[in-house]
Write a protein that binds this ligand. Structure first.
Ligand SMILES: Cc1cc2nc3c(=O)[nH]c(=O)nc-3n(C[C@H](O)[C@H](O)[C@H](O)COP(=O)(O)OP(=O)(O)OC[C@H]3O[C@@H](n4cnc5c(N)ncnc54)[C@H](O)[C@@H]3O)c2cc1C
Length: 368
């Protein structure tokens, strides 16, 4: 006799297959293996329509902090370590970073605060930097050096997490949530309605319209960032570098992922060709690439990503209004924060107490 199909006890819809939706699917599947998870996205992650497909993928907890936000992000950073242990094929690796996009005074203050909070962070001088990064002719006189941060290949990692979740994947546009009293009973897609016991909204910039369909007014801010990927270069960079004019790290396949001081509020009138060339030129000037047989970097592609920026600047994770089975997750720093956001969503669905570090970052409708 063929085995009886497994009886699923609850059906959960996750809207969004970016890093937040994918990580939530994986975390929930681990916590509740008998639940049926349906993961819906209008666009695959690499379509150019997601923030995750255009991210620099740096997991860190030492910028733009107060102690509450530090605790939240640091807990998430450590959850990335657990994911790396659990999933050997996950495209994420623990890596040190060198940060000098701040004034000397700001670096000293950041080091003192974060070391007090237990973060693996030190101040290093040029000579120490060159001991480890001999090709770094643009090394600064002073920098912050951290250990235990994580470099995530966001697109690949999201794919892997989603695959491992076993979720049913649907590519469809969600037009509306369908309420019934204090519950959402289904989501309406361009392929028809899909019923659910819980709905988790991880739709980035798609979230406001979806929430609007059940009378919840919600808004997100945005800014645009440019990331350049080069063709592979011989391995020379073992540290993620955050300089004033450029951020650079070397991926597993040898390609360089370069971002930089490009934070625009609109995309019209920008000379991308020039912006791309100047990012690459900054890296060519900073490193002795001749030593790895490459005078000029060869550009493979670039992306223009739209950051998901909640008003108020902090993540917004929690139940929405009076709807008992609707959870929304929206945040910048979403690669860093994905594991703790996912754990919070999973705990809420399962009726478990919310992780203390995420409690201050509830869903609120902060308006501009
Ligand atoms: C240039 C740049 C650099 C960054 N660097 C870093 C970094 O170094 N470290 C870090 O931690 N963070 C970084 N971030 C931020 C981080 O990438 C984002 O916070 C994160 O990717 C957001 O993920 P998300 O899953 O919430 O949204 P997204 O990746 O945008 O995914 C949204 C998903 O929802 C789906 N969707 C939307 N609307 C609908 C609809 N109506 N119906 C169905 N599906 C829908 C989309 O198709 C998509 O699958 C960076 C962002 C940018 C742009």
């Amino acid at each position: 006799m063929p085995p009886k199909p497994k009886k699923m006890s609850k059906k959960i819809i996750i809207i969004g297959q970016g890093i937040i939706g994918a990580c939530t699917a994986y975390t929930l599947a681990r916590a509740a293996p008998d639940y049926e998870i349906v993961s819906i996205a209008a666009h695959p992650i690499a379509s150019g329509a997601t923030a995750s497909g255009a991210s620099w993928g740096w997991v860190n907890a030492h910028t733009d902090n107060d102690e509450e936000y530090f605790n939240f992000r640091n807990a998430s950073r450590l959850m990335w370590h657990d994911l790396i242990d659990e999933l050997p094929k996950l495209a994420a690796q623990i890596s040190p970073s060198l940060v000098f996009d701040l004034s000397d005074d700001a670096m000293k203050t950041a080091q003192a605060h974060h070391a007090d909070w237990g973060y693996p962070i030190a101040l290093v001088e040029r000579a120490q930097i060159l001991e480890h990064l001999s090709l770094f002719r643009g090394a600064p006189d002073l920098a912050l050096f951290t250990q235990g941060e994580v470099a995530v290949e966001t697109e690949l990692a999201a794919h892997h997490l989603l695959e491992r979740s076993g979720a049913t994947k649907v590519i469809a546009q969600v037009h509306a949530l369908i309420p019934h009293g204090s519950q959402i009973k289904a989501v309406m897609t361009d392929q028809g309605p899909i019923a659910a016991d819980h709905v988790i909204l991880a739709a980035g910039h798609g979230s406001p319209d979806i929430l609007h369909s059940v009378g919840v007014e919600y808004a997100l801010d945005q800014s645009f960032g440019l990331i350049v990927r080069t063709q592979p270069v011989q391995k020379f960079l073992t540290t993620m570098i955050m300089g004033m004019d450029y951020h650079v790290r070397q991926c597993r396949d040898g390609s360089l992922l370069i971002g930089g001081a490009f934070d625009q509020h609109q995309t019209s009138g920008i000379d991308y060709e020039r912006a791309v060339q100047s990012l690459c030129a900054a890296v060519e000037t900073a490193f002795d690439l001749d030593a790895v047989g490459m005078e000029k970097l060869v550009i493979d592609r670039f992306t223009i990503g739209k950051r998901v920026l909640p008003y108020g600047g902090r993540p917004q994770i929690g139940r929405v209004g009076h709807y008992e089975n609707l959870i929304s997750l929206a945040m910048h720093g979403g690669v860093t924060n994905a594991p703790i956001a996912a754990k919070t969503a999973s705990d809420l669905v399962l009726g478990q107490p919310r992780c203390a570090y995420s409690t201050p970052f509830n869903f609120t409708r902060i308006r501009p």
